[in-house]
Design a protein around this ligand. Structure first.
Ligand SMILES: O=P(O)(O)OC[C@H]1O[C@H](OP(=O)(O)OP(=O)(O)O)[C@H](O)[C@@H]1O
Ligand SMILES: O=c1cc[nH]c(=O)[nH]1
Ligand SMILES: [Mg+2]
Length: 222
């Protein structure tokens, strides 16, 4: 995990060869939906494992079959709310929850309109009560203009004040990170990699394309 010096509280995993190998498969246009979804699940699992290193732990007394000793529990792992941003975060969340298995889960739908407005439509919001000891983890693989996550954070903050707000993503564009940090300076961000820029349609370059479409197929209007 590597802190990016351009922002406070923004980390990438560009120093992790294994995470970079999974990302390489996701970026490859030849990777089909089955492998794409599996890759997102794997990234969710490994990134969640890395993030437990930033969590508070507590010493606990235990008894082995032979004697008394001391162990630890990752206290914060017991107080997690994962917010899944439909659609593309579904496989990422599946991986996250393997490590963060005590998590309560909120689901929000967010659909980004076309350039240049990129209006966000949020139709479905089901979020549990957020408590002061909670780490809220917002899962969304792609952070492009940042508009989706700015809106999701605004919404989620209505459900109570958390100990930490953490975004977990696969790719982010510098523009999106700057906009999110400006609107929500209290948020921490962990992404596999920070890419170069956005194109005129708001896609991340070099990117991996449309994450929702690659995982689930392109939707049509009937
Ligand atoms: O940072 P932004 O510019 O707001 O863009 C990022 C959003 O775009 C994608 O969702 P999309 O609207 O394509 O929905 P989908 O997951 O259903 O494909 C992606 O999953 C993010 O939620
Ligand atoms: O590159 C991008 C930008 C937004 N959403 C995606 O799925 N991909
Ligand atoms: Mg999409």
């Amino acid at each position: 995990m590597k802190r990016d010096e351009r922002w406070e509280g923004v980390y990438s995993f560009e120093d992790s060869p294994f995470i970079m190998e999974i990302l390489t498969e996701l970026r490859d246009e030849k990777t089909g939906p089955i492998a794409f979804r599996k890759g997102l699940v794997k990234l969710g699992r490994y990134m969640a494992y890395e993030i437990t290193k930033t969590m508070d732990v507590e010493k606990v007394p235990i008894k082995t079959p032979l004697e008394e000793t001391e162990g630890i529990i990752v206290k914060d792992r017991r107080n997690v709310v994962i917010i899944t941003v439909l659609r593309a975060a579904i496989p990422l969340m599946e991986g996250l929850i393997k490590v963060l298995d005590h998590a309560r889960v909120g689901i929000v739908s967010a659909s980004r309109g076309k350039a240049p407005k990129f209006e966000i439509e949020m139709k479905y919001v089901k979020v549990p009560q957020i408590r002061s000891e909670d780490t809220v983890i917002i899962a969304d693989p792609m952070i492009a203009t940042g508009s989706t996550l700015i809106k999701v954070l605004e919404e989620v903050k209505k459900y109570g004040k958390a100990k930490r707000y953490v975004i977990i993503g696969v790719l982010a564009a510098p523009e999106g990170i700057s906009r999110i940090k400006e609107a929500h300076p209290d948020v921490e961000m962990f992404v596999a990699a920070i890419d170069r820029e956005l194109n005129e349609k708001g896609y991340i370059l070099p990117g991996l394309g449309d994450a929702g479409d690659r995982a689930f197929g392109a939707p049509i209007k009937p």
